[in-house]
Design a binder for this molecule. Sequence first.
Ligand SMILES: Cc1cc2nc3c(=O)[nH]c(=O)nc-3n(C[C@H](O)[C@H](O)[C@H](O)COP(=O)(O)O)c2cc1C
Ligand SMILES: C=C(O[C@@H]1CC(C(=O)O)=C[C@@H](OP(=O)(O)O)[C@H]1O)C(=O)O
Length: 389
Amino acid sequence: MRYLTAGESHGKQLTTIVEGVPAQMPLSKEDINQSLSRRQKGHGRGKRMQIEKDVVDITGGVRHGKTLGSPISLVVHNDDFKHWEDIMGADPIETDQKIRRTITRPRPGHADLNGALKYGHRDIRNILERSSARETAARVAAGAIAKTLLKHLGIEIVGYVKEIAGIVAEDQEQLSVRGRQQIADGSPVRVLDKQVEGPMIQAIDDAKQVGDSIGGVCEVYVEGMPAGVGSYVHYDRKLDSRIAGSVVSINAFKGVEFGIGFEAAKRNGSQVHDEIAWNEEKGYYRTTNRLGGFEGGMTTGMPIVVKGVMKPIPTLMKRPLTSVDIDTKEPFKATVERSDACAVPAASVVMEHVVAFELAKALTEQFTNDQFAKLKEAIEAYREEIRCF
Ligand SMILES: Cc1cc2nc3c(=O)[nH]c(=O)nc-3n(C[C@H](O)[C@H](O)[C@H](O)COP(=O)(O)O)c2cc1C
Ligand SMILES: C=C(O[C@@H]1CC(C(=O)O)=C[C@@H](OP(=O)(O)O)[C@H]1O)C(=O)O
C-alpha cells in the first residue's frame, strides 16, 4: 500500500490517492469521516477549525461499500477556499495585485525560509500553503482506510495525548486498548485522571492568552498485531524504522520512542529486555513490554507502544521572534492574525493514522493484497502457525 496527497491549505481541496488496498474490503464514508472529525477536535486550535467541517468524498476505487482493488481517490474540500479564491486560483493574476499580496517575511520554525531558498519562490505563500499541517487531513483520510483494514483483522489502534507542556497523563499505563479509546473518543485532550485534564487545558489557555504556543507528546497504542511482521533482513523493511519515519514526517514532530525509549540509555540490560514465556493459549509472549512491541525490526506480538514529540507551534501570535525580510534584508518582528496555540490533541489523531498506515502496509506486503478475504485467511493461518511453533 502507498499513498500520495495533493492540495494547498487554502486551495480548493485536498486529494488523496491510496493504492494497494485489497479488493472486497468493506469501506464506508463514515469510517473516514469519523477519523476526520476526531482530528478537528481538541483544545487549542485556532479559528480555522471553526471554518472547516471535514468530510470525505470517495471519488474512485470503492463501489457499493466495498473496495475494488483499484486506487482509491478521496477528496476533502477546504471550506475556507471561498475566502481565498482570488489568492489561490490557478489562473494568472495582475502583477500589481501579486506584489501587494506577496509574503516576504519567513517565520522561524516553519518551512518558509528553507522552502523559499530551495524552490526559488520570492512569495513565501508558495511554501506555506503546502507545508501547512492542513495536509494532515489528507493523511488521516488515507490512514482511516488502513484503520478499517486493521479493524477487520482484529487489530485495534488508538492515539491520545500523553503530555502537554510538561504535564503528564500518568494513569494510562494500566489501560486496555478500549480504555484508551474511550479517552481518545471523548476529547483527545481528556485523560483518565481529571486532575490532569484541568492543568493541560489551563496550560493551553495560558499559552493562548499570552500569544505563545506549547507542544507535547502523543502516544499510539496497538493491540492484536501478530509477532514477526516487518523484517530484520534489510534496513528499509524494519517496521519500527518505517513507523519512526512516518511519525517524524508529521508537521512539528521532532522525535520518536518505542516502549521505554530514551530511558533505556540509563538502565542495565536486565531492566530493558523483555523475558520470553510460552503458554498453550497465547503461544510465545513477553512477561514485560519495555521495548514497546519490537525486536529486530519485527513485531513481538506484544502491544505496540510508540510516542512522538511535537514541538510548540512556530507561528506565535503575540511573542514574535526576529526574522529577516527577504526583499529588504531588514530585521523584523513577526506578528500574525491566526494560528493554533497547541495542536497536540489533533496531532495524536494524525499519529494514530500514520502508524495505522505503516501497519496495514506491512501486513499487505507480507501476506497478500489481492483479496481482503485471502488476507484475513492468511493472517489467521499464520497466527495459528506461530502459536504452535
Ligand atoms: C495538527 C497540526 C496543526 C498545526 N497548526 C499550526 C499552526 O496553526 N501554525 C503553525 O505555525 N504551525 C502549525 N503546525 C506546525 C507546522 O505545520 C510545522 O511546524 C511546519 O510545517 C514546519 O515543519 P517542522 O516543524 O516539522 O519543521 C501544526 C502542526 C500540526 C500537526
Ligand atoms: C488547517 C489546518 O491547520 C492549519 C495548520 C497550519 C500550519 O501552519 O501548519 C496553520 C493554520 O492554518 P491557517 O493559517 O489557515 O489558520 C492551521 O489552521 C488543519 O489542521 O486542518
